[in-house]
Design a protein around this ligand. Structure first.
Ligand code: DGP
Length: 114
């Protein structure tokens, strides 16, 4: 049985506020937002982290980035700006081992990179 929470959000087994979905990716609001806009883009197919990505996944990874602009426009942060973050492994504080791209925007962004 698949215990991955992001797989459950993708399949609809677990609730989330979904802001975008297509055949390859799902985007939903982070449950612990660090800024006014905080969205996670995940591949619908389970990949634990960038450490599992291979050349076979190039199209999928490109698609994860290609959906950012329409989502940012929908959220009204395309012009004001946003940060994209992927955490991989313990030193990066990866908590959920299903690859996800954070879209963080709006004022009051908290991030060690300033
Ligand atoms: P990371 O540290 O990169 O693995 O970030 C995981 C993010 O996932 C964290 O910001 C909180 C979010 N998150 C964890 N569990 C859930 C959940 O059940 N629902 C939603 N919407 N977000 C979650």
């Amino acid at each position: 049985m698949n215990e991955c929470i992001f797989c459950k959000i993708v399949s609809g087994e677990m609730d989330a506020t979904i802001v975008y979905k297509d055949e390859q990716v799902t985007a939903f609001r982070d449950i612990h937002p660090v800024a006014p806009t905080h969205i996670l883009v995940v591949p619908n197919r389970h990949l634990a982290s960038t450490n599992e990505v291979t050349e076979q996944d190039e199209q999928l990874l490109g698609h994860m980035l290609a959906v950012v602009k329409p989502i940012a426009e929908q959220e009204g942060i395309a012009e004001s700006g946003y940060r994209l973050i992927i955490n991989t492994g313990p030193d990066a504080n990866q908590v959920v081992y299903h690859l996800h791209l954070h879209i963080i925007g709006g004022q009051h962004m908290r991030h060690p990179m300033g």
